[in-house]
Design a protein around this ligand. Structure first.
Ligand SMILES: NC(=O)c1ccc[n+]([C@@H]2O[C@H](COP(=O)([O-])OP(=O)(O)OC[C@H]3O[C@@H](n4cnc5c(N)ncnc54)[C@H](O)[C@@H]3O)[C@@H](O)[C@H]2O)c1
Length: 335
């Protein structure tokens, strides 16, 4: 299945369009000849991420907080009356990094719960044929007791801890999608995104690769929490965008929840060593600090379902993706 089998001359609304993932989705859909309407309040996103799209006649960007339901409804009314239809909503608005959602805990649980419901309620009333895709997360699995995590695993999540405003709100967002799909007949799809990296990530957002890149740019040792034996998986943004749009385009995607990520598993210590090597530094240029509360110990997607349903698997090797990302941030990389 090709993305273009569905996405040709479609009208697509993307919430969080000026964020890291939203900007890449926008770019890819515009390149495939669709009309893309971005909505963002820039709480964690950056206008610069989509500035290069400004000249494209098929691109429009609206500044709107989608938790303001009245404002959201008025905007959706305006889009519908201008284009006569909305084929798809990709709901990607949400702070995504621990410092981002801990700085904005209420905004985070509202955008994943209230705004998910508001978007779906509006679609139900005005455009019930539209498809809706929700950006879920591997954090729905919490600190998993099953490894790797298949979609059928229900997770091990702390309902009231420093990460709960994000993890539990994403889980509620999934519940809301399920209700509209099962009970109200809408077409909703959920992608559970695992750690994704690439150009346009906010380097100040505290996630592991942005943090390492910041430290490399400053000539500092890389900070590893705990003994670095906790594992992570890293999916390059181009692979993730391909997976998300395949799920969105799939004729069999309605009501489905699909893990998308790269199953390659690295310890945090290995990650630091690879980053140092790609940047031409001594692999051991590392400093250890105590492990924060609720830091997940293991995270690795089981992507069997994505392979079967979407004929998708990630293609970009970790070191190759790192080279692209580091080059974007002005680091002289080594082959
Ligand atoms: N990056 C990852 O590795 C990852 C992993 C799992 C899930 N996700 C999910 O993917 C989505 C995008 O993540 P990202 O990494 O691009 O984050 P990001 O912070 O770069 O992008 C999110 C965008 O949403 C916007 N936004 C937030 N609240 C809003 C509101 N109320 N109204 C309008 N716009 C709002 C922000 O300003 C930002 O531009 C999020 O839903 C996130 O939870 C990302």
């Amino acid at each position: 299945m090709q993305i273009e089998d569905f996405f040709t001359s479609k009208v697509v609304v993307i919430t969080g369009a000026s964020g890291f993932i939203g900007s890449h989705l926008s770019e890819r859909l515009l390149a495939a000849g669709n009309r893309v309407i971005g909505v963002d309040n820039f709480i964690t996103g950056n206008r610069k991420n989509t500035e290069h799209l400004a000249q494209n006649p098929h691109w429009e960007l609206f500044e709107q907080d989608i938790c303001d339901t009245q404002g959201l409804n008025a905007l959706l009314d305006k889009i519908l009356s201008k284009y006569d239809r909305i084929d798809m909503v990709l709901h990607f608005a949400s702070p995504a990094s621990p410092p981002g959602y801990q700085r904005h805990p209420r905004e985070t649980y509202l955008v994943n719960s209230l705004a998910t419901d508001s978007l779906l309620a509006w679609l139900r009333g005005h455009s019930p044929e539209s498809r809706f895709l929700f950006a879920g997360t591997s954090e729905a699995y919490g600190n998993p007791q099953v490894h790797p995590q298949p979609e059928t695993y229900w997770g091990n999540v702390n309902p009231n801890g420093p990460r709960s405003c994000y993890d539990e709100a994403k889980r509620l967002g999934e519940t809301i999608c399920g209700v509209y799909d099962r009970d109200f007949g809408l077409d909703t799809r959920i992608v559970r995104i695992f750690n994704t990296y690439g150009p346009r990530m906010d380097l100040a957002d505290g996630r592991i690769l942005p943090q390492f890149i910041q430290e490399i740019r400053r000539g500092q040792p890389l900070t590893v929490y705990g003994d670095g034996s906790q594992t992570r998986s890293y999916c390059f943004i181009d692979d993730l965008v391909e997976a998300v749009l395949r799920l969105a385009a799939s004729p069999d995607g309605a009501g489905q929840t699909v893990n998308c990520g790269n199953p390659g598993e690295y310890t945090v210590l290995q990650t630091a060593q690879i980053c140092n090597q790609v940047a031409g530094r001594a692999a051991e240029m590392i400093e250890f600090r105590p492990l924060p509360t609720d830091d997940p110990l293991r995270r690795r997607p089981d992507i069997t379902k994505a392979r079967q349903l979407l004929s998708w698997e990630p293609k970009v090797a970790f070191a190759d993706g790192l080279r692209v990302m580091m080059t974007h941030y002005g680091i002289d990389v080594k082959n």
